[in-house]
Design a protein around this ligand. Structure first.
Ligand code: N01
Length: 483
């Protein structure tokens, strides 16, 4: 028997899963995609300046290397184009149910009853039987809108960075940007170029390091395409650099001070005004929040039409943003306020064995063995699940490890029945994770999207990525119970 598999999401993770199934000759799957196109986060985040801060030669599938990247760090349209290329090349579009959202899924003792309906409608729902559910909804798919008094009274145009209003021309306008994370750092320079005046509301400064971007000329692209092993070696070099230099900086290792020095040197080189520099200097260790990798952010903040306001926002009025220093009148507000990152899988209602609810089980923070398997939820597998995010390397690497693990699981669940991670395996996993977490920089000293309100780090993987690969490559057989 070949298992019937429901994949939720057609972003980097869901497409990877579908392609690997196709490659294995398994076509008994369907991909549920709430939007009308593939791409996930790379479809949703189309704000001006959007791009990846991990070089695309690494931030791409190992089985679909691409010599045509036009630069080291290409923009969002090119990355989205790559995903569309992969969907077409491996012919997985025919299996994607676009504009269809999964609302709930329940384990019935043998498999999963998956209920879906047309996105955004209260229309008729449809329930189908699958053996396996692979949830590939990502960690950063639901925008976080802050709760600020008076937000609803604002008379101008307001939107979140992941829902950019491309019909709203910013030329000459008075714009407010709330938030200064990786997204804002990318769109602020573009907004500053167009706006009449830009006020950036920064609650906490970020550590920023330069982005060594470069164009790949047709000559370089040809060399990467035709010279045997060159692209592979380049990819390997980027991976090793991230692992060998950036990871130790986050784990209290040899490069911790180096990262700080590099970020401070970047700040001093790009910002001459000591007052602005003071505002932009963080008081927590680098890496505690995601380090911003960008060379255009600081210069944008030094423009004559840009102000950085660090007073606390007290409320939004019909005319603008009010802080302790008064009302900042604007006609546009862009919320660069991040995502509901710790609410994994919300708003899907998942019911496991004996009626247990996933969101109830995770009320103190999401957890899963390898970030993939959840006790009490047989044959449910997660991609980019709890504790699999990275602050230093490519998530696509992690996704491929996870898909690899799931592919190893399929023969077991076919021959032995529904598989569920053993409680003692899960307990040992949690303990090891907590121990490894102690030495990581993101535990104390800052607020970040890596942590729950209670301070538990539910998003990040605390180890080196080769270790994660080793753990996900082991035979899954003994880790699970069956039936
Ligand atoms: O979101 P964030 P993001 N009042 O959560 C502020 C990935 N990414 O969309 O720091 C005022 O980092 C908040 O302030 P504070 C990447 O992994 C990747 O920028 O909490 N401010 C912060 O400044 C990244 O880390 C790429 O004090 C409020 C900002 O909003 C992740 O996405 C590119 C507030 C939120 O920053 C998320 O980045 C872009 C309030 N009430 C993004 N609430 C790549 O290149 C929140 N803030 C791969």
């Amino acid at each position: 028997m070949t298992p019937r598999i429901a994949i939720i999401g057609a972003g980097f993770g869901g497409l990877c899963m579908a392609i690997r199934l196709e490659k294995a000759g398994i076509t008994s799957y369907a991909v549920f995609e709430k939007a009308e196109a593939v791409g996930g986060t790379w479809r949703d985040n189309s704000y001006p300046g959007a791009g990846c801060d991990i070089p695309s030669h690494l931030y791409s599938y190992s089985f679909e290397k691409y010599a045509s990247w036009t630069r080291r760090y290409p923009g969002q349209p090119e990355i989205l184009g790559y995903l569309e290329h992969c969907a077409d090349k491996y012919d997985v579009r025919r299996k994607i149910r676009f504009a269809t959202e999964v609302t709930d899924a329940a384990f019935d003792g043998a498999g999963w009853r998956v209920t879906s309906r047309e996105t955004g409608t209260a229309g008729a729902s449809r329930t189908e039987q699958y053996d396996v559910v692979v949830a590939a909804v990502g960690q950063l798919n639901r925008p976080h809108m802050p709760e600020i008094e008076g937000m609803g009274d604002f008379e101008g145009v307001a939107f979140h960075s992941a829902r950019w209003d491309h019909g709203h021309d910013l030329s000459g306008r008075r714009v407010a940007v709330i938030g200064t994370g990786s997204s804002a750092a990318q769109f602020i320079p573009k907004v500053a170029e167009r706006a009449g005046h830009l006020t950036v509301f920064q609650r906490t400064p970020n550590w920023v390091i330069p982005k060594p971007d470069a164009e790949f000329t047709p000559f370089v692209q040809s060399a990467l395409h035709f010279v045997p092993g060159l692209q592979r070696a380049y990819r390997e070099w980027i991976y090793r650099y991230a692992e060998g230099t950036l990871y130790p900086a986050l784990a209290g290792g040899w490069s911790t001070q180096l990262l700080k020095k590099r970020a401070l040197a970047h700040l001093h080189t790009q910002v001459a005004d000591p007052g602005l520099r003071a505002k932009l200097t963080p008081d927590y260790p680098p890496g505690c929040k995601r380090v911003v990798i960008d060379s255009r952010f600081y210069p944008a903040l030094t423009r004559p039409n840009v102000d950085v306001v660090t007073d606390r926002i007290t409320r939004i009025t019909p005319k603008g943003v009010e802080t302790g220093s008064g009302l900042h009148e604007v006609d546009t507000i862009v919320y660069g306020t991040g995502f509901l990152s710790t609410e994994f899988l919300a708003p899907i209602d998942l019911t496991g064995r004996d009626g247990r609810k996933l969101h109830e089980q995770w009320k103190d923070g999401a957890e899963a063995y390898l970030g993939i398997a959840v006790p009490g939820f047989p044959n449910l597998f997660l991609l980019y699940g709890p504790n699999t995010n990275l602050g230093h390397n490519s998530i696509v690497f992690m996704l491929e490890c996870q898909v690899d693990h799931i592919m190893r699981c399929l023969p077991y669940l076919v021959s032995r029945g529904p598989m569920e991670v053993r409680p003692q395996v899960m307990a040992a996993w949690t303990e090891q994770l907590e121990r490894a977490m102690e030495r990581m920089v993101w535990g104390n000293g800052c607020r970040s999207w890596y942590k729950t309100a209670g301070g538990r780090v539910t998003n990040n993987w605390p180890g080196p990525t080769p270790l994660y690969k080793r753990l996900t490559s082991r035979s899954p057989g003994p880790m699970y119970k069956y039936g």
